[in-house]
Design a binder for this molecule. Structure first.
Ligand code: SF4
Length: 515
């Protein structure tokens, strides 16, 4: 594990942190405090580790005295009793709720611990005044608690509005009860020691912030329609429902539909004969439709109508004897589908160099089309190169880059201009989300693609006071809310929105799933 807290360079001195901004690291037991100090000993200015004492009474006394002490943040770290059979000794539990205190930054902290190579879970932590035995473990687990300890509740409550976090290392579990506490305790202390530098990074990321929301953001009409189609088929036919490829490129959406009975397959040979299959929003080539017909599969097509429009243009240009230059990214499902409409007449061009290498049948009969989710700027460069080489080139009837892609790029550019950092909610295989990151970077603002709050790296946030926030067209709006909630656990967050346009487009559903 690496420590990325800034260190003085040769000849440079780092000032002592102001106590008002400093982290108080609370460890109830001497053995826990020692593990933390060992984990922190290589840092230039390690935070104060306070031994707060064993049990609820000592914790409450210490909590009272903490209110007289200046601090910026409180983190409680120690061992605890795992209540779930999913936990193993040495696992870390990051509290989302600790007693009555909400620790909103838990997803960010847990993600950071996982990237540090530790096994970290998030969940509710309860504080009790005795060691928990077998029957009580089961009852607490049934009540929704993931871990029990004897001190965190009162100590967390002492934060009094300052950022607060609790990390407990599991020493015993239902499968490894207190009898095995020695070996479990050693594993837990090792994890605690390894987690200590992350506490310092968490504290460095804390601060009050402004979040600027880009508007529009998140789901487009094509994605809403595709998800609704799968939901309706699930409702009508019950699980399983087969979907060729990811219905939209987002891990949250796919995971949610999977949990409700959708089965995502790469190819039709994974779909049983006679079953119903949904085609994804990105579209398919005619070869896939023909195979589905040959197999007797019942097809429900969730292809976005704006992708279908590009397919129709490809067929029309090819029928008129044109060579079609398709501007897009090799391997993307949408591009595969469009290429399949007129494979002998279509050439994929990704760069100006590809344009120079094109060998059309007739220079005077060239047309171009675009993938719907390209960067507007990047696509303009390639289409400019095409027009220079083929001045008589025909263009699509209307822009192929869809309204949702264009609108989200314009909106994120506006927030990037005012932000120190932009977070883009979206999955790595989401073309339009990746383009949003590139748009910010082209505007000179660092940006990161994240599936959720757990992907936010604490180092990104140190010294950042204004965060731009958007979501790709396939990312659910709830992810944006989750990210804001998690950031608010690092300090007060004020949220405002920069709306560059509003959207009201809706697409009708295919007849198979209409009411
Ligand atoms: S991003 Fe555009 S093309 Fe893709 S599903 Fe949404 S509206 Fe349709």
């Amino acid at each position: 594990m690496t420590d990325t807290v800034p260190r003085p360079r040769d000849g440079e001195e780092l000032g002592e942190p102001d106590p008002q901004d400093s982290l108080l690291l609370c460890a109830p037991l001497r053995i826990e405090a020692r593990a933390l100090r060992r984990g922190l000993r290589d840092l230039p200015y390690p935070p104060a580790v306070i031994r707060t004492g064993y049990g609820t009474t000592r914790a409450a006394q210490q909590a009272g005295s903490l209110s007289h002490r200046p601090f910026g943040q409180i983190m409680v770290m120690g061992l605890g009793a795992g209540l779930s059979t999913d936990l193993s000794p040495g696992d870390l539990v990051v509290g989302t709720e600790v007693g009555s205190v909400t620790c909103a930054s838990a997803p960010i902290l847990a993600g950071e611990l996982r990237r540090a190579g530790l096994s970290a879970h998030t969940g509710r932590i309860t504080t009790v005044d005795h060691l928990v035995r077998r029957a009580e473990r089961a009852k607490l687990a049934a009540d929704g608690w993931l871990l029990a300890d004897m001190e965190s509740g009162p100590l967390a409550a002492a934060a009094g509005g300052h950022p607060v976090a609790v990390i407990r290392a599991v020493s015993d579990t239902p499968h490894h009860p207190v009898a095995g506490i020695v070996s479990g305790g050693l594993a837990a202390l090792r994890s605690l020691r390894a987690a200590a530098p992350v506490a310092q990074r968490w504290a460095a990321a804390c601060g009050t912030r402004q979040v600027l929301l880009a508007g529009p953001r998140s789901f487009c009409a094509g994605v809403e329609r595709a998800i609704e189609i799968v939901e309706r088929v699930l409702e009508r036919q019950g699980p399983p429902v087969y979907v060729r490829k990811q219905i939209v490129h987002n891990t949250r959406v796919v995971g949610d539909l999977e949990s409700r009975g959708a089965i995502f397959v790469d190819e039709l040979d994974q779909v049983p004969d006679g079953a119903t299959v949904v085609f994804s929003a990105h579209g398919v080539s005619p070869a896939v439709r023909e195979e589905a017909a040959r197999r007797g599969l019942a097809v429900i097509d969730a292809t976005c109508p704006l992708v279908s429009k590009v397919h129709a243009e490809a067929r029309r240009f090819a029928a008129d004897g044109y060579t079609v230059a398709l501007i897009g990214h090799a391997g993307h499902e949408e591009v595969e589908g469009t290429l399949g409409e007129a494979p002998d007449s279509t050439i994929l061009v990704q760069t100006a160099a590809d344009v120079a290498a094109m060998r059309p049948r007739d220079d005077k009969r060239v047309a171009y089309l675009m993938q719907t989710t390209l960067s507007v700027d990047e696509a303009a460069e390639v289409s400019g190169a095409l027009r220079e080489r083929f001045p008589a080139m025909r263009a699509p009837g209307s822009d192929d880059i869809c309204y949702a892609t264009t609108n989200r790029q314009v909106a994120v550019r506006a927030v990037a201009a005012e932000s120190d950092l932009v977070l883009v909610a979206g999955s790595k295989n989401s073309s339009n989300s990746v383009r949003l990151v590139e748009t910010c970077e082209r505007a000179g603002t660092p940006a990161h693609l994240i599936d959720g709050a757990e992907d936010i790296q604490l180092d990104w946030l140190a010294g950042v006071s204004t965060i731009g926030l958007t979501a790709g067209a396939s990312a659910p709006p709830a992810v944006v809310e989750e990210i804001i909630a998690a950031l608010s656990g690092l300090g007060e967050v004020s949220v405002s929105e920069r709306v560059t346009t509003t959207e009201s487009i809706r697409f009708g559903l295919p007849k198979e799933v209409r009411q």
